[in-house]
Design a protein around this ligand. Structure first.
Ligand code: F6P
Length: 421
């Protein structure tokens, strides 16, 4: 079979370990030079593919590619860009095929969440129909941990570790101040629809008096009276109260506490501000002094606190994606299979893209305590292994020594320019 090039693209919100997956893809492809030519990367994900802006990763040294393993953010740029549906307009998919054809690309590795798996799935079908089949393999990624089938999603374990540690450390601060000053600390965490990240805050303590005293999950409708009563109770019993609130926390009618009124390309509501909303309730109704923090990008960029388990899994799914392609598989995604909780053991399996596309995995009710404010022993058993181990980046002059790519662009071959709509 003639040797074909590969295309790699990052998609959606980035994580502190998405580049470890890129490293897994590129290093593994380099080990199979007899079968895979160059690895090109979409500059800003699928947007760069459409506009034929491709980065030639073969121009990066082995040392730089290895450095991706410990570098956060999306080294090639990511995108939240929704392709038009096939029924609505085929031109975008056709354009991707045209770009692939022009650059002899036969493999597409798409590193993203549920929406991206849908895109990769469609591309594998339309390529065949247009007479230019492309092997499309998904590489799972999302801090929200909401992809189905896989036991966990690379990116999540590191956010979970960051949130558990931040909750633990902030609690030490509040408890020192509580007697005469701050009584309530609120930490807002990501997780648009699923409460996995908020749940990870629960790992900070194990006894009722330990922080966090309250976790607000998107899966449990928010009730103002019950929440305020619990805050009052914690301050009375323990002297202080630590709350972890998911950005996706919502009222019974489905309205987010933190709806900013803005939506992204996928129609997802932009969230942020749940902590402010509940902090104001605490002040107005209970009169307690509070502090709050919105972890925002800090949580998904915090490579210095990454979970070693997560880094290993992120690399493993990148490597497995290339191996699946070489084994002749198409329209599949490597998944993490948990084979034992204690000791934690996992292996890599695979599933079809059709089974993961556009589906979200919520926290099961059995991981949330009856009162809806904490995690159960089963939830802890699931979460704990994912934050195990430290994988510090190298440091220089007191700062992590992260890599920056040269980003040498591939010469364009197509005459037509593509205008994004
Ligand atoms: O990718 C998931 C996520 O991290 C969500 O938890 C969060 O709401 C969203 O991305 C933020 O995305 P953006 O960076 O596009 O605003």
């Amino acid at each position: 079979m003639p040797k074909r090039n590969a295309l790699y693209a990052q998609s959606g919100g980035v994580t502190s370990v998405i580049n470890a997956s890129a490293c897994g893809v590129i290093e593994t492809a380099r080990q199979h030079r007899d079968r895979i030519g160059k690895v090109y990367a979409g500059d800003n994900g699928i947007v760069g593919v459409l506009t034929e802006d491709l980065i030639d990763t073969s121009r990066e040294s082995a040392r730089t590619i290895a450095g991706l393993r410990h570098t956060p953010g999306g080294a090639f740029g990511s995108a939240r860009y929704k392709l038009k549906s096939l029924e609505e307009n085929r031109t975008e998919y056709e354009r991707i095929i045209e770009v692939c054809k022009a650059h002899n690309i036969g493999y597409f590795f798409y590193n993203g969440g549920g929406d991206s798996m849908d895109t990769a799935h469609k591309l594998s079908r339309i390529g065949k129909r247009l007479g230019y089949p492309i092997t499309c393999i998904g590489v799972p990624k999302t801090v929200d941990n909401d992809l189905p089938i896989t036991d966990t999603c690379p990116g999540f374990g590191s956010v979970a570790k960051y949130i558990a540690i931040s909750t633990q450390e902030a609690a030490k601060d509040v408890i020192s101040m509580a007697e005469t000053s701050t009584k309530v600390f609120i930490l807002e965490v990501m997780g648009r629809h699923a409460g996995w990240i908020a749940a990870a805050g629960g790992l900070a303590g194990s006894r009722p008096e330990d922080a966090p005293h309250i976790i607000l999950f998107p899966e449990i409708p928010f009730n103002r009276q019950r929440f305020l009563a619990r805050v009052r109770c914690c301050v009375k019993d323990y002297g202080y109260c630590v709350v972890v609130v998911s950005e996706g926390a919502r009222y019974r009618n489905g309205q987010f506490l933190a709806d900013t009124g803005l939506v992204d390309a996928f129609g997802h509501k932009q969230l942020g501000g749940a902590a402010t909303v509940i902090a104001n309730m605490v002040r107005d109704k209970l009169g307690f002094k509070f502090h709050y923090a919105i972890a925002d990008y800090l949580q998904r960029a915090a490579r210095h606190l990454a979970s070693a388990t997560d880094v290993r899994q992120a690399y493993a799914v990148g490597k497995a994606a290339v191996e699946l392609a070489l084994a002749g598989k198409n329209a599949v995604m490597p998944v993490i299979v948990r084979t034992s909780d204690r000791p934690y053991k996992w292996s890599i399996g695979s599933t079809s893209l059709g089974r993961v596309a556009n589906r979200e995995k919520m926290m099961p009710r059995r991981y949330i305590t009856k009162d809806g404010f904490g995690i159960t022993a089963a939830g802890r058993r699931y979460l704990e292994p994912l934050i195990q181990g430290e994988d510090y980046p190298p440091y220089r002059n007191g700062l992590p020594d992260y890599v920056t790519l040269k980003r040498v662009m591939v010469r364009k071959k197509l005459k037509t320019k593509f205008v994004l709509s």
